[in-house]
Design a protein around this ligand. Structure first.
Ligand SMILES: Nc1ncnc2c1ncn2[C@@H]1O[C@H](COP(=O)(O)OP(=O)(O)OP(=O)(O)O)[C@@H](O)[C@H]1O
Ligand SMILES: [Mg+2]
Length: 312
């Protein structure tokens, strides 16, 4: 190869990403590092490198190979046995708390019965598709996709079995870019959707949300059992709607009891991540699409514990 020909590839765009360049027999071979780029950005990088190489003197063919250190994405399932215990509320708030702690966070709303993340996160826009993949929408520094975005309001209720699990696969395989932590807000119970998620995506761990009363805890044990049987580590239990502080007189009461979830966690040998009060402010913030507007400190503490649990 002549000196001129070697120099021909000296002026490529995205120098910081180019790892090697070679010109031989008119064929330019370029290897570039695409770590952290989205699908669309990868394509743009590849196209720009190819056309720059093709414009260089002596090049008749250009081959571009992209490498990437896989972002180790941690998938965390948020489940419960019983419905209405606050999984979705906890997921949205934890996601924003993790984002404020500097993590790149995504949320998948996998609730076939009643997707609620668009409301909780306050963004009802539809995701766009690019290169056959969905692009998550963003709110409060969190990327998210919801089954509810794929159908017109109300229609998700008609989904069951393979249709629901197929749609969920589209959300999981979406263009999550450099997202590090992906929280999956599950529908209540231990059915098809949970099983298909576990089988397809092998979550790094599961978080169980429960209220303190017995009925909820019986169902929480079922959820723990499902994850145990499928070898998904339980990262911890969160007790929700424990103490209620009267906004008028300040007196604390315990509508669903208190401590039940912590005791059950100890009994099952799984970590306890924290306790959230039954609070009007949480409910109002949820309805307003303003997660972390209430009880920010508690959510931040739970988020920190969760990250520590994942790291182990
Ligand atoms: N700590 C809390 N204090 C006050 N209200 C709460 C709290 N947690 C959740 N809620 C309210 O309880 C209701 C149910 O919560 P949420 O939808 O998060 O539960 P879920 O477990 O996801 O329900 P589903 O099983 O239907 O998916 C919502 O109206 C929510 O605003
Ligand atoms: Mg929910």
């Amino acid at each position: 190869m002549s000196r001129e020909m070697a120099d021909a590839l000296d002026n490529l765009p995205h120098e910081d990403r180019v790892r090697s360049r070679k010109l031989s027999g008119g064929v330019a071979t370029i290897i570039a590092d695409a770590t952290g780029l989205s699908e669309a950005e990868r394509k743009a990088l590849e196209d720009e490198l190819r056309s720059a190489a093709m414009n260089a003197p002596g090049v008749s063919e250009a081959r571009v190979a992209l490498t990437a250190t896989q972002t180790a994405r941690t998938l965390i399932a948020i489940g419960s046995g019983k419905g209405g215990v606050g999984k979705s509320t906890v997921t949205a708030n934890l996601a924003v708390a993790l984002a404020r702690a500097g993590k790149k966070v995504g949320v998948i709303d996998a609730d076939v019965y009643g997707p609620s993340q668009p409301t909780l996160l306050g963004n009802h826009s539809k995701p766009e598709g690019r290169d056959d993949k969905l692009l998550p929408v963003e709110a409060h520094g969190v990327r998210f996709l919801s089954l509810g975005q794929l159908v017109s309001p109300g229609h998700a209720l008609a989904w069951r079995g393979p249709m629901a699990t197929g749609a969920l696969a589209n959300l999981i395989d979406a263009d999550w870019g450099d997202t590090e932590v992906l929280l999956v807000d599950l529908p209540p119970g231990t059915g098809d959707v949970q099983l298909s998620l576990i089988q397809r995506s092998r979550p790094a761990g599961a978080v169980i949300v429960s209220t303190p009363q017995d009925l909820s805890l019986i169902d929480a044990r079922r959820a723990v059992d499902l994850f145990n049987k499928t070898s998904v580590p339980i990262l911890g239990v969160i007790e929700n709607m424990a103490t209620y502080v009267c906004p008028h007189c300040g007196q604390a009461s315990h509508p669903f009891g208190t401590g039940g979830a912590e005791d059950a966690a100890a009994e099952m040998g799984v970590p306890f991540l924290g306790r959230l009060p039954l609070s009007l402010a949480i409910r109002e913030a949820s309805d307003a699409g303003q997660p972390l507007a209430a009880e920010e400190e508690i959510f931040a503490a739970i988020a920190a514990k969760l990250l520590a649990a994942v790291a182990h």
